[in-house]
Design a protein around this ligand. Structure first.
Ligand SMILES: NC(=O)c1ccc[n+]([C@@H]2O[C@H](COP(=O)([O-])OP(=O)(O)OC[C@H]3O[C@@H](n4cnc5c(N)ncnc54)[C@H](OP(=O)(O)O)[C@@H]3O)[C@@H](O)[C@H]2O)c1
Length: 289
């Protein structure tokens, strides 16, 4: 990318993702001394959240597959004055999720904030998915079923502390289905629907359930997709700031300021969107023949 393009990208990013100022006093009041569970804490947004909270004397429980990375983050968290335990588990497998839940209960009998963050995205055409049923079972396990399992199991503990459950979702869950995104969008939307179905019941339990709908974030999740290298994206530190802000605020969701325009266009422009997607894919297919 040329320097000129880099500058334009940065200007667009500042416009789309304006910087967030944290009210450190409010954050401190909300999280200090609290037990916070973060899934997917070894990289990206989860890692940034763990590092951000670590300076507020919290008790963190971090879950993911990569033990070395979790241990390295736990060391920093402890250096910053907080407590930290890790659970190594692969949410692709239900037995591993069940084991993680058991391990979680041996580590704590109290949870104040549960952040459901672990996730995986896949962009793949239908044609390239024909022999890849596992893409769907994996994304479904990780993005939908494992968080359902974890949240069902931990709800009594979160109810006891009148705590919070945070859903790290994607703007795609609120927009029209997009070609090639079936595995990701179906699993993220399934979890989002499940989450929204429970909101009233959680409210009655005095649990605050909140969702952040994130745009593209510059993490390893989007790295395999060459096209995204030049796309405007939010930085993971900024995503962590927005999540922290959501946690101490009374709002139940956070989404980019411009998403409302896309949602409105989704509502009124379904036909146009389908036509544009069709013409775009047709052109791409013709190019590759
Ligand atoms: N990046 C984006 O553009 C974007 C946009 C909207 C929403 N989001 C959402 O933000 C959340 C965090 O994503 P990110 O961008 O921070 O991605 P990331 O950097 O790839 O991090 C994903 C996290 O999930 C964990 N994970 C992946 N597969 C797992 C498995 N099978 N079992 C247990 N843990 C697993 C990873 O750890 P291990 O590999 O060590 O297991 C890692 O800690 C996801 O829910 C994602 O859907 C991201």
């Amino acid at each position: 990318m040329t320097n000129k393009n880099k500058v334009s990208k940065r200007i667009i990013e500042q416009f789309l993702f304006p910087s967030v100022t944290l009210n450190r006093t409010k954050l401190q009041k909300t999280v200090t001394g609290k037990t916070i569970v973060i899934t997917g804490a070894s990289y990206g947004i989860g890692e940034q959240l763990a590092l951000l909270f670590s300076t507020y004397n919290v008790k963190l429980i971090l879950i993911a597959r990569t033990a070395e990375k979790l241990n390295a983050i736990a060391d920093i968290v402890k250096e910053n004055g907080s407590l930290c335990n890790i659970i190594v588990a692969d949410f692709y497998q239900e037995t591993e999720t069940e084991r993680a839940i058991k391990e979680l209960f041996t580590l704590t009998d109290t949870i104040d904030i549960f952040i459901s963050n672990a996730g995986k995205s896949i962009m793949r055409s239908l044609e390239n998915s024909l022999t890849r049923y596992h893409d769907f079972t994996r994304t479904n396990s990780l993005n939908y079923l494992a968080p359902v399992n974890l949240i069902l199991a931990t709800t009594p503990l979160i109810k006891a502390t009148k705590g919070q459950i945070i859903n790290i979702s994607a703007i795609n869950a609120l927009l029209l289905p997009a070609p090639k995104w079936a595995a990701y969008q179906a699993s993220k939307t399934a979890f989002d629907q499940w989450f929204r179905c429970n909101l009233t019941e959680w409210k009655i339990m005095k649990i605050q359930a909140k969702t952040i709908y994130l745009p593209l974030v510059n993490t390893k999740m989007i790295a395999p997709n060459e096209k995204y290298k030049n796309f405007p994206a939010m930085q993971p530190e900024q995503a962590a700031f927005r999540i922290a802000k959501l946690i101490y605020s009374s709002k139940s969701y956070d989404k980019p300021w411009w998403l409302l325009f896309l949602q409105t266009s989704s509502f009124f422009g379904k036909y146009i969107w389908e036509k544009i997607s069709f013409l775009y894919l047709k052109k791409q297919n013709e190019k590759s023949i």
